[in-house]
Design a protein around this ligand. Structure first.
Ligand SMILES: Cc1cc2nc3c(=O)[nH]c(=O)nc-3n(C[C@H](O)[C@H](O)[C@H](O)COP(=O)(O)OP(=O)(O)OC[C@H]3O[C@@H](n4cnc5c(N)ncnc54)[C@H](O)[C@@H]3O)c2cc1C
Ligand code: FES
Length: 340
């Protein structure tokens, strides 16, 4: 089926059963997306003409009213004939090629009781070209896949670094905290997603992370440290207890080293052993309390979907335009129906 993107006028073909997003990425057209599962809403765009059918998706990602108004989730929408869609293409991602590669786990480091840092080595002479903030899908042997953000900057690409939270009953994270050993071989697809710092503006940036949402934020900060950017960065990192801020000293170090970086840590449920004298509450509420007018900011948020959903409302109330909020909601994987 033929697809035209407005306003660029770019055209491509979809294969039978293929979603708009799958075909666009295959053809090298980068549209905004994150989970590819119909859960986060990042890929939402308008169908200008033609018909699409939707694969299953979550109602929070696309309301009935939005659907009736001609909006669609491009990661779930399959064209039923020629269509014209309206979407913002992301030029800076143009050189990014999504690859499937093997890698070896060369180091495992427990950062917190429930967070493991993995360092992955690519085959000799192979490098992955990616943008700070993007993620990879670990491909499991049975066809399932699990998304994890790359925690290092592209400029330090000897290893790919991941921060994996142990999900109770989690298939892959359970393996990471159980049988997996250093030297294990994995396969992944990536880089994926469009969560990266937009450089076409000098607006001050608020970086908002909760838990392992710190991983892509770390990559973004470390990438800016390699440039002479003067852009102010206000980093907010939230967790329940002190253990959740598993690289607190690293973040304190960035702020000590660079006057343009400010770091605020926020705990929602500090324990008495934490002896916490810092901010308490939820990270999005701390941002709203500090910045009564967010109209001139960009906010980049990553972490649990409930934090992202809450932040959308709280930050919009402080004047943040919807198109100045970039996020990766750490949605859990939706497994395909696997044949026995
Ligand atoms: C773009 C993107 C980037 C991500 N980056 C990271 C990252 O850097 N670090 C990280 O730790 N995670 C990250 N995630 C989340 C991670 O992919 C999921 O948590 C994944 O499902 C974990 O795989 P698993 O096999 O351990 O658990 P699964 O087998 O997938 O999960 C078992 C059950 O636990 C529940 N569950 C799993 N994950 C979650 C969750 N996040 N929230 C609530 N319930 C859950 C579900 O009910 C699920 O059925 C990211 C997700 C996305 C979409
Ligand atoms: S809903 Fe389509 S990328 Fe998340």
């Amino acid at each position: 089926m033929k697809v035209r993107i407005e306003p660029s006028g770019h055209e491509f073909e979809t294969a039978p059963g293929e979603t708009l997003l799958e075909a666009a990425l295959r053809e090298g057209f980068h549209l905004p997306y994150s989970c590819r599962n119909g859960a986060c809403g990042t890929c939402k765009g308008r169908i200008v003409s033609g018909d699409v059918r939707h694969e299953p998706y979550e109602a929070k990602a696309l309301s009935e009213a939005e659907k009736a108004a001609g909006m669609a989730l491009f990661c779930r929408a399959v064209p039923e004939g020629s269509v014209v869609v309206e979407a913002r293409e992301i030029g800076v991602a143009r050189d990014i090629v999504i690859k499937t590669m093997p890698c070896r786990v060369v180091r495992m480091e427990k950062l917190a009781p429930d967070v493991m840092r993995l360092f992955l080595k690519l085959p000799q002479n192979e490098r992955l070209l990616f943008l700070a903030g993007q993620y990879i899908d670990i491909l499991l042997k049975d066809g399932r896949r699990r998304g994890f953000s790359i925690a290092n900057a592209p400029s330090a690409d000897e290893f790919l670094e991941l921060h994996i939270r142990h999900v109770p009953g989690g298939l892959f994270s359970g393996h990471v905290f159980g049988a997996m050993q250093e030297r294990a071989l994995l396969r992944f697809e990536g880089p994926l997603g469009t969560f990266f710092l937009r450089e076409d503006t000098e607006k001050p940036v608020i970086l908002m992370a909760a838990g392992t949402g710190f991983a892509p934020i770390k990559a973004i900060v470390e990438q800016t440290l390699t440039t002479d950017s003067e852009r102010p960065l206000y980093l907010y990192w939230g967790g329940r207890t002190r253990a959740d801020l598993y690289l607190h000293d690293l973040a304190l170090g960035w702020a000590a080293q660079q006057p343009r970086i400010r770091y605020t840590a926020v705990l929602s449920r500090p324990t008495s052993e934490d002896h916490w004298e810092g901010r308490t509450g939820y990270v999005q509420d701390a941002i709203a309390a500090d910045w009564p007018d967010l109209s001139g900011f960009e906010v980049y948020g990553s972490g649990p979907p409930r934090m992202i959903e809450a932040a959308k409302g709280v930050l919009a109330q402080k004047g943040l335009p919807a198109d100045a909020f970039y996020y990766d909601a750490f949605e859990h994987a939706k497994d395909p129906v696997l044949l026995p």
